[in-house]
Design a protein around this ligand. Structure first.
Ligand code: GAL
Length: 671
């Protein structure tokens, strides 16, 4: 277990560095991440490099036992580069230039930006890559943040056309057929006629242009980030071998296929700001943790975690005592081996003046520092137990960027039928039952899972259908969400009864689909086998079971009242559930608890208080259960198994009390 912090030596007088290093050491911090925004201080003038100050800081922290993770400084670029290339900026789909002043706004296909970015990474890694205190690298910073993963400038136009030529083997007829450009006479005679999708007559590019074009542009834009990352990874590996390379991802950020990006990383890291979404007495949604861990099906680092209230103009409520520590343990419980806080000290200037650090602007240690210090001491003590342990999930959530993007450009309807909301809904329902899921891609090792939940396999190429069917044939339980098997990989709708290539495994077909949520005031419900009624949202796939498939839930409402909403089909050694609508949380929980998990052999916890989250890490035959109380009141919870409370250093039996924002970590079994 490692504790770290983001530190910006360039923001503070040299005389202060040593005080910071000492305070960090006393708090148990053993990593600093530095330099990811320091391009101008590292190359103050074109071709003049200065790595001396950074090396001095690295060595100073090293003397205090604090090792450095270095960030390549390419998300922010010097004014001289802007001056050299006035067209360096990205362009929005409405033609507006993303002017100088933020970050990540240089076009990654701008040849000048790319050449200078490569050069600073070369020089930096050559200068500092062998320093014994440099133990890891972070490429760039949060690729795509502030909506910068998609650029519509002429350079991107050129790169997009080359990407399309490769994808379609230089065959424009194949592209025309795949996108169906015959519609509205949009057939192309040559790749040179294609542009990134721009806003149209009365629509944005996203909701006005050909869906095939938009989907491929989203894929291309993601690939550009992946390629930029790979370029840096290769340079770092050359000059700084043996140090793990990571990039700080943004959880559920959706414009980059993180599975692809992660293939080039040694370890996934990510930035965790729970206060952005949650300030209630309930657990922050676990899906971001579960996706980050699922990217490589391996432990992760949290490269940035909220260390106070954050915001640019106004800011979030301050985490009350214990909540930062609790969020850190939530991340650990869900697979993080390092928690690094953002940032050490609140910056006195700049857009992020109010994105608070552990210390306020004055730099005097106070309450939040003491909380981090407590965590540091605990991490040290826990390391012998937890180092090398991992989350071993029995359930997978199939997370598919193609489907997400296809639904981004054509949401079908709203009101709950939203890719991330549906994935979140399933994951949160599992969490209420004390079950942890990895969010994974179709290419992951699926044999680890007893149950696989696919929120919507909206884009379903034949290989995906085949892998899902094979999973079920081998004994897995598959849950398919609404509007699955609808689209081919380039966005054409299948020429078959839905769910198209998934019909055989699903054991049913879709007779009609209905966006009932578009009817004002209508409340759709589904009736479960135990006769409870649950609200349904978004839309309804009205199902017809085939062969020996059985109906479990039925619609209550509209002209299809009484018709199947959920169908169960035994297939091979496993079974598949087609769930034709979006059920309210209680409906999902009931369905999983009674309909799915017992049959699949996944144990659940009943009656977990709403404020309590449970997750597990295991090593060898030992399981560590984390009980996290996300509320500001103490709560009593029944334990999955008795054991030994590591933090309290005491045996625990059937139940424990957890203090407000408190944590219990129970090594299950004997002492
Ligand atoms: C992240 C970013 C940091 C800082 C922080 C607060 O998005 O990586 O550099 O900006 O959030 O906004």
């Amino acid at each position: 277990m490692i504790l770290g912090v983001a530190y910006y030596p360039e923001h503070w007088p040299r005389e202060r560095w040593e005080t910071d290093a000492r305070l960090m050491q006393e708090a148990g911090i053993s990593r600093v991440r530095m330099a990811e925004f320091a391009w101008h201080r590292l190359e103050p003038r074109e071709g003049q490099f200065d790595f001396g100050w950074l090396e001095e800081a690295i060595n100073l922290f090293g003397r205090y036992g604090i090792q450095t993770i270095l960030g390549t400084p390419t998300p922010t670029y010097p004014a001289w580069l802007h001056e050299m290339y006035p067209d360096i900026h990205q362009v929005k789909s409405n033609g507006q230039v993303k002017e100088w002043g933020q970050r990540q706004d240089a076009c990654k296909n701008h040849p000048g930006y790319r050449a200078y970015a490569r050069r600073i990474v070369e020089k930096m890694t050559a200068a500092l890559g062998q320093n014994p205190h440099v133990v890891a690298w972070q490429t760039d910073n949060e690729f795509g943040c502030h909506g910068t993963a998609r650029c519509h400038c002429p350079n991107c136009g050129r790169a997009f056309r080359s990407w399309l030529r490769r994808r379609f083997n230089n065959d424009i007829a194949a592209l025309n057929a795949a996108w169906g450009t015959v519609f509205w006479s949009h057939e192309y005679d040559d790749f040179d006629q294609i542009w990134p999708p721009m806003d149209t007559a009365d629509r944005t590019a996203n909701d006005g242009q050909n869906p095939g074009l938009v989907l491929d542009f989203y894929r291309f834009s993601s690939d550009v980030q992946v390629e930029m990352n790979r370029e840096q990874v290769e340079i770092i590996r050359r000059h700084s071998p043996g140090r793990p390379i990571t990039h700080n991802l943004m959880g559920l950020f959706h414009q980059i296929d993180y599975f692809k990006l992660a293939t080039d990383l040694d370890i996934v890291s990510w930035d965790n700001y729970p206060f952005l979404a949650n300030n209630t007495n309930r657990p922050p949604a676990p899906l971001a943790h579960d996706l980050m861990r699922g990217l490589k099906q391996k432990p992760v680092w949290v490269m940035e975690q909220a260390s106070g209230p954050g915001g640019w103009g106004s800011y979030a409520a301050t985490p009350p005592p214990g909540q930062m520590r609790l969020w850190a343990y939530q991340a650990v419980a869900r697979g993080a081996d390092m928690i690094s806080f953002f940032r050490w000290r609140s910056c006195r200037w700049g857009r992020e003046q109010y994105w608070h650090g552990i210390l306020y602007h004055h730099g005097i240690p106070q309450r939040r520092y003491e909380e981090v210090k407590q965590l540091g001491a605990e991490f040290r003590a826990l390391s012998t137990e937890l180092d090398g342990s991992e989350v071993a999930a029995e359930v997978g959530i199939l997370y598919d960027y193609d489907s997400l993007w296809a639904l981004e450009t054509q949401p079908n309807t709203g009101d709950g039928f939203d890719y991330r909301a549906m994935a979140n809904g399933w994951d949160a329902a599992l969490a209420r039952l004390g079950v942890v899921a990895d969010a994974v891609s179709i290419d992951a090792d699926l044999t680890r899972y007893k149950v696989l939940i696919a929120p919507s396999v909206h884009v379903c190429p034949p290989a995906t259908a085949e892998r899902l069917a094979a999973f079920v044939r081998a004994g897995g339980t598959l849950i398919l969400g609404p509007r699955s098997g609808v689209k081919e990989s380039e966005g054409a709708i299948v020429d078959a009864l839905l769910p198209g290539p998934l019909r055989e495994v699903a054991g049913c077909y879709v007779e009609e689909y209905d966006a009932f949520s578009q009817i004002p005031g209508l409340e759709m419900r589904v009736r479960c086998p135990a006769n409870h009624l649950y609200r349904a949202y978004g839309l309804a796939d009205v199902l017809v079971p085939e062969g020996d498939a059985e109906v479990s839930h039925r619609y209550e409402g509209r002209y299809y009242a009484g018709k199947p909403a959920v169908v169960r089909h035994a297939y091979g050694k496993g079974c598949c559930f087609y769930v034709g609508t979006v059920m309210e949380p209680a409906g999902l929980i009931g369905f999983l608890r009674y309909g799915v998990l017992p049959g699949a052999g996944v144990a659940v916890l009943s009656d977990l208080p709403e404020c309590v989250e449970v997750s597990y890490r295991s090593r060898g035959g030992t399981r560590y259960a984390f009980y996290l109380n996300h509320s500001d009141a103490a709560v009593k919870v029944a334990l999955a198994r008795p054991g030994f409370d590591l933090l309290a250093a005491a045996a625990v039996g059937d139940s424990v009390e957890i203090p407000p924002f408190g944590v219990r970590i129970v090594r299950e079994g004997g002492l």
